[in-house]
Design a binder for this molecule. Structure first.
Ligand SMILES: Nc1ncnc2c1ncn2[C@@H]1O[C@H](COP(=O)(O)OP(=O)(O)OP(=O)(O)O)[C@@H](O)[C@H]1O
Ligand SMILES: [Mg+2]
Length: 332
């Protein structure tokens, strides 16, 4: 469906999160880590909006900002037009956005039985009374394909896939409209991850949920997502409909990312050559991001860079249905 006809559920504008660190014990100069740096985008109802990018580019920080799990440095997040600031009065808004974490082994309280884990968010949000916890969690477990026998078990008695189903049930227990999925299957083996993905697709259809789907796996993006948002160094490089993206991405960094999976193998994966042909590892890339913060964040590695890119920061340009943060993109 055309974006103009869909309802906008999230509107993120100029959002930033900076961390400060000292390079050594006696160093008084602070280093700034621009984990999320002045980014803006909209998410529409029912979309599967995927966020991709290499490790450390700011995907999880962005999801924590959306969920109010960390304070923003600046910017604004609107949920259906209301500012999300996560004070107690806005608990009602908070429950509308839930998260499923990457690792089901660490995201469930090992001391609590499943029915307590699953019903707690609904009790805290005053949606159910404590006495209804058992009945409510059985209903939630059915939604994620587990039978009622699991309610009295502890997390350690379950497999990885079953635990991830419990995490999803816990998130669904407050009737959210948006689920943030931060690498929801990367800790699971291939067949179990396929089952969890099918479950997520089913729920997406039935409950008309909106997903923000964070992943490293471009094959999943191709299979599941409606939109692709590419991040690098805390910034958005490109937002594109998924078909368009896989026909040929516009941003030079997106092209490198895509080629790294098309030519999947030890030689290509996570080896990014800079514009002069030198292979960089992630640390060098991050060092590049720190040094070059006046111009384009991808300048040091870009094969299409020109003088203009060194001292000028490109802004995401709107081009019909896709946006590119580059002065010299491909395929426009
Ligand atoms: N609490 C923190 N204090 C200081 N720096 C942090 C903190 N959390 C994240 N960072 C830094 O912010 C940057 C973005 O981190 P983030 O976890 O968002 O990356 P990511 O894209 O989710 O990576 P991955 O794909 O490995 O999960 C990194 O450079 C990271 O070191
Ligand atoms: Mg992460």
């Amino acid at each position: 469906m055309d974006d103009n006809k869909k309802q906008e559920v999230l509107n993120i504008s100029n959002l930033s999160k900076y961390y400060f660190s000292y390079s050594s014990l006696f160093n008084v100069r602070k280093n700034i880590i621009r984990a999320v740096d002045n980014i803006s985008f909209k998410v529409y109802e029912g979309d599967i909006f995927s966020i991709i990018g290499e490790t450390g580019c700011g995907k999880s920080t962005l999801s924590k900002l959306i969920l109010g799990l960390t304070n923003k440095t600046s910017g604004e997040i609107l949920y259906k037009g209301d500012i999300l600031n996560y004070n107690l009065k806005k608990l009602n808004l908070r429950k509308k956005i839930q998260i499923v974490f990457q690792d089901p082994y660490y995201s469930l309280n090992p001391k609590k039985k499943i029915y307590k884990i699953v019903s707690l968010p609904a009790i805290k949000n005053k949606m159910i009374k404590k006495k209804d916890a058992l009945h409510y969690s059985i209903q939630m477990l059915k939604k994620v394909g587990l039978d009622e026998n699991y309610v009295f078990k502890f997390p350690h008695e379950l497999s990885g896939g079953q635990r991830q189903r419990i995490s999803i049930a816990r998130s669904l227990s407050v009737n959210p409209e948006i689920l943030v999925l931060d690498e929801p299957v990367s800790a699971l083996d291939v067949s179990v991850s396929a089952q969890i993905l099918n479950l997520l697709l089913d729920l997406h259809e039935k409950d008309n949920l909106t997903y923000i789907f964070i992943t490293h796996d471009l094959r999943l993006v191709r299979h599941l997502a409606d939109k692709v948002c590419v991040m690098y160094g805390g910034k958005i490089m490109e937002i594109s409909p998924v078909d368009r993206f896989f026909k040929g991405p516009a941003h030079p960094y997106s092209k490198v990312l895509l080629e790294s999976i098309l030519a999947y193998g030890p030689k290509n994966i996570l080896q990014f050559a800079d514009a002069d042909g030198n292979i960089n590892n992630i640390n060098h890339i991050n060092a590049g991001i720190q040094k070059n913060n006046r111009g384009c964040v991808y300048y040091n590695l870009c094969s299409r860079r020109q003088d203009k890119c060194m001292n000028n920061e490109p802004e995401l340009k709107e081009n019909e249905d896709y946006r590119i943060n580059c002065f010299f993109p491909y395929n426009l």
